[in-house]
Each structure stands twice: as structure tokens, then as C-alpha cells.
Write a protein that binds this ligand. Structure first.
Ligand code: HEM
Length: 335
């Protein structure tokens, strides 16, 4: 069997770090969720123009929903951003010789910083909807960095324990067409997310009433807000077809690439749920719960497809004798 030669017997398993990663990933999910709630309920002004104080106080009086949401938003973003930084620094300190660890760490920290800068700019300048629409995408990329780093640590840990986990499958053959299909589907998803955000920031959500028809028409055209919403729906249908194509193609490889096949099954289910939640958003005239479900499902969908994409990159074995590790010798033993 084409086993990944990972360890030379001196590898330290990520026993505690990986669970800290789970905590940090949940934190990133919460940050994105509360940020979304903040925008949807127009609570960004809940603390007034004060920062870091809220309405001039360390602990504001919590008698108003907007104040509660904005205060929680600030607190949770600060708290979980610190947790994410601790996680990344810890991972880099232990495993920086893995390319994945370096890439995901910088992705996470980089987008947390960009996201914070965008948030600060939004207070000073009135950003156009096209810029605001980038916000959700950046938040997802930061969550993706933390989440994929956690997944990698779990895979690594299982491999160190001699199991055929994710790292092993990454070195199993995958036809080039499938490899490109998965990666381009990820890019396509990002376009779909941007378009959805653009709909929201143009306040165009109700431009197409009814579902599946838009204002009673099969083809309402591409102009104005109706066109924007219609494009969003069209892109969603395209996404569903792409995921079906992936699922059918990967069925033929379900033994050799169980990771990708299981992932494509989950992806297909998630896209169907995403579309149904979109229908609920429309039919409920932008009900807050429907909106929150639409974006929460999206975060899971994003992670599933990002995991699939990660699995298309072969795992490059890093000799534990690499420079960075040699400098730190002796390395601890197995558990
Ligand atoms: C699988 C594909 C889909 C993805 C990835 C997706 C993604 C998104 C995203 C990222 C947003 C912006 C959320 C926000 O910031 O407020 C959004 C908004 C929206 N989506 Fe989707 N969506 C999908 C499918 C659909 C479908 C099929 C419908 C309609 C049937 C739909 C209806 C809407 C509406 C109406 C909004 C605007 C909500 C608002 O203004 O608050 N979505 N979508």
C-alpha cells in the first residue's frame, strides 16, 4: 500500500492542540454568526461611536437589544480572535515544518486582521455595497484557515497512530479532471457567496417575490435588483449541478478516495439545504431566522468544500530531520 511515510518515530502527536483547534473553530463560527446578526439587526451603532468603551462605559446598561448584540459582538470577536492567535502560534511553534500549518496559520491571522481593518474602515467611511459584500467572504476565509488547520492536525494525529486517515488518501491517485473540477467548484462557490452578499447589501432580497418563479416569471431578465437576485438563484442552480457532477464522478472512485466521495455526498446535501433555506428567506420575506439559517448552513458548506479542496493536494512528507526540527532536537516520543 502507498502509505505516507510520515513519522520516523520521533513525532509529537497533536493531542491537546487539536482539541484547542476545535474550540477555536467553533469560536470562528460564532464570530461570523454574531457579525452577521449584528448587520442583519442594524445593531452596529448599538454602542454609539465609542470604542473600546460601549456608550462611554466598560459595561453598558443592557436594556436595549441593539446594545446587547453589539456589546456581545465586540466581546466575542475580541475573545475568539485572541484564542485563534494562541492556536496558530501554538501550531506554528510545534509544526511549522508542515506547509499546511504555515499556510492555514497565515490565512487565519491575515484575514482576521483584514476583517478587523475593514470593520474599522466601515466606521469611518461609508463603504459601497460592493466593498461591504467582501466582508462575509473574508470572515469565511479566516474561519477556513482555523478550521482546515484543525482538520489537518486531526489527520496528522490519526496518521501518527497508524490509521489510514485523510493524509493517506491525499496521496492516492486522482484524475486531473476531477482535481480541477473540485478546485474550480471552490472558486465558483466563492463567486456565489459574493453574489449573495451583494444581494443583501443592495437590499435587493425582496426584488424577486415567490419561489421557484421570480415575480411569476421563469426568466425575469438580468437588469436592476431583480437581475441581481435572479443571477444569485441561477448561480445556486449551477452550484447544485456542479456538486451533482462531482458526486457522480467520485462514485467511481469510492474505494480509493473514500474521503472525497463522502465529502461530495455531504456537499450535495448541504447545497440542497442551502437552496431550501434560500427559498425560506424569500417566502418568509427575509425573516431573521431564515436569514440566520441561510448563512449558518453556508458556513458548513464552505468548510465541506474547503476540506474537499484540501484533499486534492498531495501530502508532502516532511522529514522530521528538516532544519527547523533538527534545531529543536531531541523531539518527544510517541504517546
Ligand atoms: C447554494 C447556493 C447559495 C449560496 C452559496 C447562497 C449564499 C448567500 C449569501 C452569502 C447571502 C448573503 C447573506 C447576507 O450577508 O445577508 C445570501 C443572501 C440571500 N440569498 Fe442566498 N445563497 C444560495 C442560494 C439561494 C437561493 C436558491 C435563494 C432563493 C431561492 C437565495 C436567496 C437569498 C436571498 C433572498 C438573500 C438576501 C437576504 C437578505 O437580503 O437578507 N439564496 N445568499
Amino acid at each position: 500500500m502507498n502509505h505516507v511515510q510520515l513519522s520516523d518515530g520521533k513525532v509529537k502527536p497533536a493531542r491537546y492542540l487539536k482539541w484547542f483547534g476545535v474550540f477555536s473553530s467553533i469560536g470562528m463560527f460564532i464570530i461570523n454568526f454574531i457579525g452577521f446578526l449584528d448587520t442583519q439587526t442594524n445593531s452596529a451603532e448599538g454602542c454609539g461611536p465609542d470604542w473600546p468603551l460601549c456608550n462611554g462605559q466598560v459595561l453598558p446598561s443592557l436594556d436595549n437589544t441593539h446594545v446587547i448584540i453589539e456589546f456581545m459582538h465586540r466581546f466575542l470577536v475580541g475573545f475568539f480572535a485572541i484564542i485563534a492567535v494562541i492556536f496558530v502560534v501554538w501550531a506554528l511553534a510545534k509544526y511549522r515544518h508542515f506547509r499546511e500549518v504555515r499556510i492555514f496559520s497565515w490565512l487565519a491571522v491575515g484575514f482576521i486582521v483584514i476583517q478587523s481593518a475593514l470593520g474599522a474602515l466601515a466606521v469611518v467611511f461609508v463603504n459601497p455595497p460592493e466593498v461591504l459584500a467582501l466582508h462575509l467572504g473574508f470572515g469565511l476565509l479566516a474561519m477556513g484557515g482555523v478550521g482546515l488547520l484543525t482538520i489537518f492536525l486531526f489527520q496528522y494525529d490519526r496518521h501518527v497512530c497508524g490509521e489510514n486517515a485523510g493524509l493517506f488518501y491525499r496521496n492516492q491517485p486522482l484524475p486531473k479532471t476531477l482535481l480541477h473540477l473540485i478546485r474550480w467548484t471552490w472558486v465558483y462557490m466563492f463567486g456565489a457567496i459574493y453574489l449573495g452578499s451583494d444581494v443583501a447589501f443592495h437590499n435587493a432580497g425582496t426584488a424577486c417575490s415567490g419561489w421557484p418563479l421570480c415575480n411569476g416569471e421563469v426568466f425575469p431578465g438580468f437588469s436592476g435588483n431583480v437581475g441581481l437576485v435572479f443571477s444569485h438563484r441561477l448561480v445556486a442552480v449551477g452550484f447544485a449541478f456542479l456538486s451533482l457532477w462531482l458526486l457522480i464522478s467520485l462514485r467511481r472512485m469510492k474505494e480509493e478516495r473514500r474521503d472525497l466521495y463522502a465529502g461530495s455526498q455531504t456537499l450535495f446535501v448541504m447545497i440542497i439545504l442551502q437552496i431550501l433555506s434560500g427559498a425560506w428567506v424569500v417566502l418568509s420575506h427575509l425573516n431573521l431566522n431564515a436569514d440566520l439559517l441561510h448563512v449558518s448552513l453556508l458556513m458548513i458548506l464552505f468548510m465541506v468544500l474547503s476540506y474537499l479542496t484540501l484533499q486534492t493536494f498531495p501530502f508532502h512528507n516532511v522529514s522530521m530531520q528538516s532544519k527547523s526540527v533538527r534545531a529543536k532536537k531531541p523531539v518527544a516520543t510517541h504517546r
